[in-house]
Design a protein around this ligand. Structure first.
Ligand code: FES
Ligand code: FES
Length: 158
Protein backbone atom coordinates (compact mmCIF):
# COMPACT_ATOMS: atom_id res chain seq x y z
CA UNK A 1 0.00 0.00 0.00
CA UNK A 2 1.14 3.54 -0.69
CA UNK A 3 0.18 6.62 1.26
CA UNK A 4 -1.32 9.44 -0.79
CA UNK A 5 -2.40 12.90 0.22
CA UNK A 6 -4.44 15.14 -2.04
CA UNK A 7 -7.23 17.68 -2.15
CA UNK A 8 -10.58 16.58 -3.55
CA UNK A 9 -13.32 19.15 -4.08
CA UNK A 10 -11.65 21.43 -1.58
CA UNK A 11 -11.19 18.80 1.14
CA UNK A 12 -7.81 17.46 2.17
CA UNK A 13 -7.74 13.65 2.12
CA UNK A 14 -5.13 11.07 2.92
CA UNK A 15 -5.32 7.31 2.34
CA UNK A 16 -3.34 4.13 1.87
CA UNK A 17 -4.02 2.80 -1.63
CA UNK A 18 -2.83 -0.05 -3.76
CA UNK A 19 -0.44 1.21 -6.45
CA UNK A 20 -2.71 -0.32 -9.11
CA UNK A 21 -5.88 1.48 -7.97
CA UNK A 22 -7.31 3.85 -10.56
CA UNK A 23 -8.15 7.41 -9.59
CA UNK A 24 -11.78 6.85 -10.61
CA UNK A 25 -12.01 3.83 -8.30
CA UNK A 26 -10.42 5.80 -5.49
CA UNK A 27 -12.90 8.66 -5.91
CA UNK A 28 -15.92 6.37 -6.05
CA UNK A 29 -14.98 3.58 -3.67
CA UNK A 30 -12.83 5.30 -1.05
CA UNK A 31 -14.41 8.75 -1.05
CA UNK A 32 -17.96 7.94 -2.18
CA UNK A 33 -17.73 10.46 -5.03
CA UNK A 34 -20.10 8.47 -7.23
CA UNK A 35 -20.94 11.51 -9.34
CA UNK A 36 -17.85 10.55 -11.34
CA UNK A 37 -18.93 7.52 -13.34
CA UNK A 38 -17.31 4.69 -15.26
CA UNK A 39 -18.59 4.16 -18.76
CA UNK A 40 -15.87 2.06 -20.35
CA UNK A 41 -12.79 1.80 -18.10
CA UNK A 42 -10.64 1.94 -21.23
CA UNK A 43 -10.24 5.74 -21.65
CA UNK A 44 -12.67 5.89 -24.57
CA UNK A 45 -15.89 7.44 -23.29
CA UNK A 46 -14.88 10.40 -21.09
CA UNK A 47 -17.63 9.71 -18.53
CA UNK A 48 -15.01 9.66 -15.75
CA UNK A 49 -13.51 13.09 -16.58
CA UNK A 50 -12.31 15.13 -13.60
CA UNK A 51 -9.84 17.99 -13.21
CA UNK A 52 -6.36 17.24 -11.95
CA UNK A 53 -4.55 20.45 -11.03
CA UNK A 54 -6.95 22.33 -13.28
CA UNK A 55 -6.62 20.10 -16.36
CA UNK A 56 -9.27 17.63 -17.44
CA UNK A 57 -8.19 14.00 -17.30
CA UNK A 58 -9.96 10.70 -17.72
CA UNK A 59 -9.84 9.33 -14.20
CA UNK A 60 -9.84 5.72 -15.45
CA UNK A 61 -6.57 6.53 -17.14
CA UNK A 62 -4.80 7.87 -14.04
CA UNK A 63 -3.61 5.91 -11.02
CA UNK A 64 -4.62 7.18 -7.60
CA UNK A 65 -0.92 7.35 -6.67
CA UNK A 66 -0.35 9.73 -9.60
CA UNK A 67 -2.77 12.17 -7.96
CA UNK A 68 -0.65 12.31 -4.80
CA UNK A 69 -0.10 15.96 -3.90
CA UNK A 70 -2.61 17.15 -6.51
CA UNK A 71 -5.81 19.13 -6.45
CA UNK A 72 -8.72 17.13 -7.86
CA UNK A 73 -12.10 18.59 -8.75
CA UNK A 74 -15.06 16.36 -9.55
CA UNK A 75 -18.56 17.20 -10.71
CA UNK A 76 -19.49 17.21 -7.02
CA UNK A 77 -17.19 20.13 -6.34
CA UNK A 78 -18.78 22.57 -8.79
CA UNK A 79 -21.93 23.79 -7.04
CA UNK A 80 -21.53 26.63 -4.55
CA UNK A 81 -23.85 27.16 -1.59
CA UNK A 82 -26.53 25.01 -3.18
CA UNK A 83 -26.37 26.88 -6.53
CA UNK A 84 -25.39 24.95 -9.65
CA UNK A 85 -22.29 26.07 -11.54
CA UNK A 86 -23.23 28.05 -14.69
CA UNK A 87 -22.16 25.12 -16.89
CA UNK A 88 -24.38 22.74 -14.90
CA UNK A 89 -27.21 25.25 -15.12
CA UNK A 90 -26.79 25.57 -18.90
CA UNK A 91 -26.96 21.79 -19.36
CA UNK A 92 -30.14 21.77 -17.30
CA UNK A 93 -31.76 24.66 -19.15
CA UNK A 94 -30.80 23.49 -22.64
CA UNK A 95 -31.68 19.84 -22.00
CA UNK A 96 -28.07 18.86 -22.57
CA UNK A 97 -28.74 15.45 -21.11
CA UNK A 98 -31.04 12.52 -21.60
CA UNK A 99 -30.07 9.57 -19.37
CA UNK A 100 -27.40 11.78 -17.80
CA UNK A 101 -24.69 9.16 -17.70
CA UNK A 102 -22.22 11.11 -19.82
CA UNK A 103 -23.14 14.44 -18.21
CA UNK A 104 -20.56 14.68 -15.39
CA UNK A 105 -17.75 14.07 -17.86
CA UNK A 106 -19.28 16.36 -20.48
CA UNK A 107 -19.53 19.19 -17.97
CA UNK A 108 -16.00 18.74 -16.65
CA UNK A 109 -14.62 18.64 -20.20
CA UNK A 110 -16.73 21.67 -21.20
CA UNK A 111 -15.28 23.65 -18.32
CA UNK A 112 -11.77 22.82 -19.46
CA UNK A 113 -12.67 23.80 -23.02
CA UNK A 114 -14.17 27.13 -21.92
CA UNK A 115 -11.16 27.91 -19.75
CA UNK A 116 -8.92 27.72 -22.83
CA UNK A 117 -11.44 29.16 -25.28
CA UNK A 118 -14.16 31.31 -23.67
CA UNK A 119 -16.02 31.89 -26.95
CA UNK A 120 -15.81 28.66 -28.95
CA UNK A 121 -17.51 28.08 -32.28
CA UNK A 122 -19.81 25.09 -32.71
CA UNK A 123 -16.99 23.28 -34.50
CA UNK A 124 -14.56 24.04 -31.68
CA UNK A 125 -17.04 22.74 -29.10
CA UNK A 126 -17.54 19.51 -31.05
CA UNK A 127 -13.76 19.14 -31.37
CA UNK A 128 -13.21 19.92 -27.68
CA UNK A 129 -15.73 17.27 -26.66
CA UNK A 130 -14.65 14.62 -29.14
CA UNK A 131 -13.21 12.47 -26.35
CA UNK A 132 -16.57 12.35 -24.59
CA UNK A 133 -19.24 10.01 -25.91
CA UNK A 134 -22.97 10.36 -25.38
CA UNK A 135 -24.68 7.04 -25.94
CA UNK A 136 -28.03 8.83 -26.08
CA UNK A 137 -26.51 10.85 -28.97
CA UNK A 138 -27.75 14.13 -27.52
CA UNK A 139 -24.89 16.08 -29.04
CA UNK A 140 -26.99 18.91 -30.49
CA UNK A 141 -28.27 20.04 -27.09
CA UNK A 142 -24.90 19.44 -25.48
CA UNK A 143 -23.36 21.92 -27.93
CA UNK A 144 -26.19 24.40 -27.22
CA UNK A 145 -25.53 23.99 -23.50
CA UNK A 146 -21.85 24.83 -23.91
CA UNK A 147 -22.74 27.85 -26.07
CA UNK A 148 -25.15 29.08 -23.41
CA UNK A 149 -22.59 28.48 -20.64
CA UNK A 150 -20.00 30.44 -22.63
CA UNK A 151 -22.40 33.38 -22.84
CA UNK A 152 -23.18 33.24 -19.12
CA UNK A 153 -19.54 32.95 -18.09
CA UNK A 154 -18.36 35.76 -20.37
CA UNK A 155 -21.20 37.94 -19.03
CA UNK A 156 -20.23 37.25 -15.43
CA UNK A 157 -16.55 37.93 -16.24
CA UNK A 158 -17.24 41.38 -17.73
S1 FES B 1 -14.68 5.36 -17.98
FE1 FES B 1 -12.94 6.60 -18.27
S2 FES B 1 -13.01 7.11 -20.35
FE2 FES B 1 -14.70 5.75 -20.09
S1 FES C 1 -27.24 11.65 -21.96
FE1 FES C 1 -27.23 9.46 -21.97
S2 FES C 1 -25.18 9.01 -22.46
FE2 FES C 1 -25.30 11.12 -22.77
Amino acid sequence: MTRIQLTVDGDSVSDDVEPRQLLVQYLRENLGKTGTVVGCDTSNCGACTVHLDGQSVKACNVLAVQADGCDVTTIEGLARNGALHPVQEAFRECHGLQCGFCTPGMIMQSLDLLKDNPDPSEEEIRLGLEGNLCRCTGYHNIVRSVQQAAGTLSGSAS
